[in-house]
Each structure stands twice: as C-alpha cells, then as structure tokens.
Design a protein around this ligand. Structure first.
Ligand code: ASP
Length: 588
C-alpha cells in the first residue's frame, strides 16, 4: 500500500534549490525521473513541474526503501541540501550544484512501467501519446508548451483589463451562429425534437453586448465547428474573442498590435509595429494567397503584356479574354535537373492547373522550356519583364487572375522551402485588408459572405450592393503571421436596414432571417453603436510561439485529425435509456 501524504509539506519545487540553500532542510514532492543504483549509494532524480533535483541515499534503512523505486513512482523526500563536489556538478540543470541528502522517503504511489519513456523526448507515435496523454503531459515538450500557453493567456487577460475591456462569458448552449461551418447540436430533453447548437463563435452575443452598452468585451472562449477533417483543425478550439464599440479598422489594429508584442516577449522576440497592411487584392496577385508568408520575397509578377500579341495561341487567347499570364522567378533554379522540372509540371497538374510552363536560359543564351511552341521571344521577354537572370528559373501560369496566382503561390511556398529561403527565426506580421464582402457559391447558385453576414461593406462600396455586389469590399481584416491566419475580424453592420439588405443578397428569406437571427435583428433596432472586433486563434498563436507546426502540441487534450479523443474514447455510443429520454432514435 502507498504511504499517505500525512503532514508532509513541499518546501521547494524540484527546480528551486540553489547553492544558497545548502545546509537547509527541504521536502520535495514529485515523480521518480531516474534512479541510478551504485550498490551502497543510490541517486534519485526527483521531478515535478518546476524541474529536477538529485536526491542521494547512502545508508540503511533508507537504501532498502530507495531500491524499490522505479521510474514514475510518486515520492516525498525530506533531507538536507548539500553542495555537490565540483566533479559531480551538472551544469545542464539549474539545481545542478546541489543535491538533497535524504533522511526520509515516502513512496506515495507506485506506477506501472509507462508505455514510453517520460525522461527524454524520444519520438513516440502520436496515437500512443494521445492515448496516454497523462503521461505525455509529464514530458518536457508539453510541460513547456502548456506553461507558455498559460503565460500568453495571462498576458491577454492583463492587457485587455488594462485597456478597459471586460471579460464576459457567453452561452455554450445556444442557437446556430453563422461562421460557415456545420454546427454541433445538443438535443433538448425538456423540449423533445428541439436542439441547442454549440457556438461556432460568440459572434452574435458579442455584438449584442455592444448593443447592451458593454463597450469593450473580450473572452478566452471555446468555439465548436463540425468541419470536414483537415490535418490541423480541431472540432473545438480556443479564440481570444474581442469586440469594441465605436471602432474603425485602425482602432482594432492599434489595440491588437501591442498585444502581439507582449505575447512575443514571452519568447524574447521583439516585434516592430505598426504591422504592414496589404490589400486582399495585392496579397492574391503578388503571393497567390490571402495569408501570405512574408518572411521571403519571391513575388509573383504579371507579364500579361508580353503575351498580348504572342504567336502562342493558348496564352494569347487567355489574355485576350481578360485572363492573365503571371510569372514566378526562382533564384538560382536554372540548375534544376530535368526530373526536378518534370516533377514541378506534375505538381501543377495535381493542383489542377492547365497552363503552367517553365523556362530558363541554356548555354549560348537560347531558351530551354517544356513548351517549345510558347516561342523564344515571349519567353525571354517574360524573363526580362519578371527580372529573371541567367541562373534563374521562371514559372509561367495563365488563366483567371486568382487561379494563376494561387498556383504560383503554391509553388512560391514549396520552392522557398526547397531552396531554404525561409528564415526560421523571423516573424512577419501583416494585416490583410479590404476583403471582398461576398463570394459566389457556384454549387448553391448564390452569394455567400466571405467573412460572416454581419460584416460591413466599405463606406465607398455601399452603392455596389445594388449594382455589382461581387465587387463590394468589406471592412474585414485578417492578421497573418508567417503564412498563418492568426486573427480575423471586421467592422460590423450596425444599421438594421443594411443588415436586412445583406440577408436578401445572401438569399436568406425574411422568414429564415427571422427564425435564425430574429432576436439579433430586433436588437439592432434599439440604438446600436457602430462596432467591430476580432478573434485571435489562441492555439495557432501559441503553436507559432512554441515553434510547433501542429496545434495539438499546445492543447492539453486534443482530438485526432479524425475528431476522436483517443484517451477518453469520445465520441461513443450512449445508453439507450438516454436516447429514449431525448426521444431520439439512431437511424441505421
Ligand atoms: N467571429 C469571427 C470568427 O470567429 C471573428 C470576428 O469577426 O470577430 O472568425
């Protein structure tokens, strides 16, 4: 049986003792990290969240107790702090100059042999780590990441408090909120056949808080989206949700930039403000993405003019129809082997492109390309227009502007990686602004909101709602960092008539609007202040700060890419009685 804790009280964490403590009495409570048994003397590394301390046992009866210890046993050790001799100092540990000479050891619990070692970071398959998350949490990686996450969350809370924001909770059992994903539904037992939806975000509630005069709101909040599975998505994730009354986009930018500076101080990185602003149109044209990685150049260049009169029909006709020819120059890549170049063309086909071609200068200035018919003159004209040198490779894509740039944008990223052009220790923030208000949902034959239906058009684009809605731009913005979207938001519509017009454009009938958002539209009519906000993806932000590529590394209990919790086994079947109570039957 395990010893009881009794009156044993921790005096120091396992990371706390220093030379100045030599001679004092200490009690450590933690796990056996490692045991080294040299026969008549035994060393135990005791570990807790704070660190590791070496404990020494060199006489009976304690030696017999200590010899029972195995990795991950839970112990309480009391003893006197001693100074290590200079040849036994461990410079890698902050406690490495001292050790505790044990006078009492209590075995507070035993442990089975863990399925993977806790004491080091040897790679373990993610499924096993997730199944035994309680053991994985003891390892250095997650201990570090969750500590960092805590400090970032505290920074967020302190910052917004200082800026006069109130943290206000919003309901988890609520009505569907329109963020464009599928809802998680919760059946109501009291009202059979009726359902709550888990919030995709607190969007409507935070706007109502502004109508309710709360002025400045924030919340660190879970959001739930039943989206199609993607590698780095979680069905539940955490946002720092923010809303401000009387805000313009600049008001939001100026509020968020210093917060990012504070967050990056946690990893000793200085971030310069203001962040650059890039319009959505520029981001798409130059980087082929609305979340461009700006740690490196490789901008896409429009060379359509070169092809306007070209003899190569395919590209000339595309330009003639209002399409474009765009170019990406990869510095030094003229050296690529033929198989590397073939692989690029294959990759383009996989990405769904038709018109991709490459060109480079061969010996003697001739042009070497995969599509001879494109013609030497236009190819070298394109190289000149795009600023390609003899050593460079140029990729050309033709098509609709966004499609051509998206394809080259994908190559921009993969080739920058291949060519080692991405500095790992740089953090390039940018605000992407002036997003289109709407996008055409071809499968549904209607407009859908690019952000969400409460986003305000730009003042100068209101007229376009009637004449050419697809051209209207929105007061919507994303904050991107190193190619990831870390935050997104907008200034909202605060005028009920405009809101109704947007619902019409989105083909949401009055009746549907009443059913889904009736309470919100009613609220808009009682003196709504102009307002706007943003939501920061906390998981992604902390992952970037921690240098992790997966958000699962900064979430205590994540689900797999298949939306399963391997530790608890959720989701799972429920007791038939529960289904009966809910008046639900599972269709076979
Ligand atoms: N509710 C939005 C989202 O979750 C953010 C916002 O507009 O503030 O993406």
């Amino acid at each position: 049986m395990a010893d009881q804790l009794g009156s044993l009280t921790r005096t120091h964490s396992c990371g706390a003792l220093r030379e100045s403590d030599v001679g004092t009495e200490a009690t450590l409570l933690g796990w056996v990290h490692r045991v080294r048994d040299l026969g008549s003397i035994l060393f135990i590394d005791v570990r807790d969240r704070g660190g590791i301390t070496q404990v020494v046992v060199d006489s009976e009866p304690l030696l017999s107790v200590a010899k029972r210890l195995r990795s991950e046993y839970v112990v309480g050790v009391t003893g006197t702090v001693g100074k290590r001799s200079s040849d036994t100092v461990n410079p890698k540990l902050p406690t490495g100059h001292v050790e505790v000479m044990a006078s009492e050891i209590r075995v507070l619990n035993e442990a089975k042999t863990p399925p993977f070692p806790i004491a080091d970071d040897t790679p373990v398959s993610e499924d096993v780590r997730l199944r035994y998350r309680y053991l994985d949490l003891r390892r250095p990686g997650l201990q570090h990441n969750l500590g960092l996450r805590h400090r970032v969350a505290m920074t967020v809370r302190r910052y917004f408090d200082e800026q006069g924001f109130w943290e206000i909770e919003t309901p988890v059992l609520t009505k569907s909120t329109p963020e464009g994903a599928r809802d998680y539904l919760v059946p109501s037992r009291v009202h059979p056949g009726q359902f709550f939806a888990l919030p995709q975000s607190p969007q409507i509630f935070k706007q109502i808080l502004m109508i309710g005069g709360m002025d400045r709101y924030f919340q660190i909040v879970k959001c739930f989206r039943d989206e199609d599975l993607r590698a780095d998505r979680q069905p539940e994730f955490t946002q720092v949700d923010v809303e401000m009354s009387f805000a313009r986009p600049e008001t939001i930018f100026e509020m968020i930039e210093p917060l990012m500076q504070l967050a990056f101080r946690e990893i000793d990185v200085n971030v310069d403000t203001p962040f650059r602003r890039v319009s959505y149109a520029d981001a798409m044209a130059k980087y082929g993405s609305d979340k461009p990685d700006l740690r490196f150049g490789l901008e896409i260049v429009d060379v359509s003019d070169v092809w306007r009169e070209a003899s190569f029909n395919a590209f000339r006709e595309i330009v003639g129809r209002g399409g474009v020819v765009r170019a990406l120059v990869i510095p030094g890549a003229a050296r690529y082997s033929r198989s590397e170049l073939d692989a690029l063309v294959d990759q383009a086909k996989q990405l769904g492109a038709v018109g991709i071609l490459w060109a480079r200068k061969a010996e003697g200035g001739a042009i070497n390309t995969n599509v001879k018919a494109a013609g030497e003159a236009t190819l070298s004209g394109s190289m000149a227009a795009a600023g390609a040198s003899e050593q460079d490779l140029i990729l050309l894509a033709a098509g609709e502007p966004d499609a051509a740039s998206s394809l080259l944008g994908a190559f921009r990223l993969s080739l920058a990686k291949k060519e080692n052009l991405i500095p790992a220790d740089r953090y390039e923030f940018a605000w992407i602004v002036d997003f289109p208000l709407l996008e055409w949902a071809a499968d549904e034959g209607r407009w859908s909101p690019m952000h969400h239906p409460f986003t305000s058009p730009l003042d100068e684009d209101f007229g376009l709602l009637e004449s050419d809605p697809g051209k209207a731009r929105a007061k919507a913005y994303d904050l991107v960092l190193n190619g990831s979207e870390v935050a997104g938001g907008s200034i909202r519509i605060h005028d009920a008539a405009v809101q109704k017009r947007i619902f019409q454009l989105l083909n949401i009938s009055d009746e549907e609007a009443r059913l889904r958002f009736g309470f919100f539209v009613d609220a808009l009519e009682y003196g709504t202040p102009p307002h706007g906000g943003i939501a920061i993806g906390l998981d992604r932000l902390v992952a970037i700060l921690a240098g992790e590529s997966s958000i699962r590394e900064v979430i205590a209990f994540p689900k797999t890419a298949a939306a399963v919790d391997l530790m608890s086994g959720a989701p799972s079947a429920v007791d038939p009685r529960q289904l009966r109570e809910l008046k639900l039957r599972v269709a076979q």
